[in-house]
Design a protein around this ligand. Structure first.
Ligand SMILES: NC(=O)c1ccc[n+]([C@@H]2O[C@H](COP(=O)([O-])OP(=O)(O)OC[C@H]3O[C@@H](n4cnc5c(N)ncnc54)[C@H](O)[C@@H]3O)[C@@H](O)[C@H]2O)c1
Length: 257
């Protein structure tokens, strides 16, 4: 097998959550371009449908399904729909996420629950549901959790988000430990800052501009810069990677104190 074959995702059935915008929509386009069959899942089905139509027009294979990761019945139904559509699921990109930015003492119980319900509990529900199917299928698979550099460091006003992502990084490792026996690998990608809906407006503020100045590369990431790690973890090129988190942050985690 040569290098490009090792990195191939051709014909793999890949479920992507939160595929209606930002990273998720980009991941769906990239994986379809590389020959994967992509299942796009999120709450905004109209948006998913227009991305899927664009993928099909370019010769790719795409299916869509409504999914609220905070609702276990919706998770079961969506995973079944995509598994039925493609015959199985080889790869999960567990990408849905939300953030509520407020000073700590203004964060309410509802705010905390809303963030944890999607970023941690939701990620757990989707990953375990997909893993159960992969176990029955017997062919193994790859689960990719989209974590954050906030799994490892802090920033003001997003305590629930940082806590949820730190939990998700631990979940990646726990799942890797228990699922290896079924040939299911579980790894994470921890992005630094990329301009998407989740941080809309922040980088136009004084605080956002100051943050960019503290980044070693003095700039945000570009969505294309996530493609290499994504293809690595989705393909057999990462066959001996399990429980790892790949940081894609331009060196932000190493910024000077
Ligand atoms: N943009 C960044 O700088 C950055 C950095 C680190 C990590 N991340 C993570 O990347 C992931 C994608 O975020 P993004 O930056 O593309 O932002 P985004 O807001 O564009 O995307 C988030 C996606 O999650 C979906 N989502 C939210 N709640 C959901 C629910 N209950 N059920 C199903 N889907 C739901 C949204 O519909 C959307 O498609 C998130 O997990 C986020 O935490 C982003």
């Amino acid at each position: 097998m040569n290098g490009s074959q090792r990195f191939s995702v051709r014909d793999k059935a890949i479920l992507i959550t939160g595929a209606s915008s930002g990273f998720g929509a980009h991941f769906a386009r990239v994986l379809a371009r590389e020959g994967a069959k992509v299942g796009l899942a999120a709450r905004r089905v109209d948006t998913l449908e227009s991305i899927a139509a664009e993928i099909r027009q370019a010769g790719g294979t795409a299916a869509t399904v409504k999914l609220d990761v905070a609702n276990s019945a919706s998770v079961k139904e969506a995973v079944k729909t995509i598994a039925d559509e493609f015959g199985r699921i080889d790869v999960l990109v567990n990408n849905s996420g939300v953030s509520i930015a407020k000073p700590l003492l203004e964060q309410t119980e509802e705010d905390f629950d809303a963030v944890l319900d999607v970023n941690l509990r939701g990620a757990f529900l989707v990953a375990t549901e997909v893993a159960r199917r992969m176990r029955v299928d017997g062919k193994g698979g790859s689960i990719i959790n989209i974590e954050s550099i906030l799994s490892f460091r802090q920033a003001g006003q997003i305590a629930p988000y940082a806590a949820s992502k730190a939990g998700l990084t631990q979940l990646t490792r726990s799942m890797a430990l228990e699922l290896a026996r079924y040939k299911i690998r579980v790894n994470g990608i921890a992005p630094g800052y990329f301009a998407t809906e989740i941080n809309q407006g922040f980088f136009e503020t004084e605080g956002g501009a100051a943050m960019i100045k503290r980044m070693p590369m003095r700039r945000l990431g570009e969505l294309e810069e996530m493609e290499g790690p994504l293809l690595l973890l989705a393909s057999d090129a990462s066959s001996y990677m399990n429980g790892a988190t790949i940081v894609v942050d331009g060196g932000h985690l190493t910024s000077a104190l």
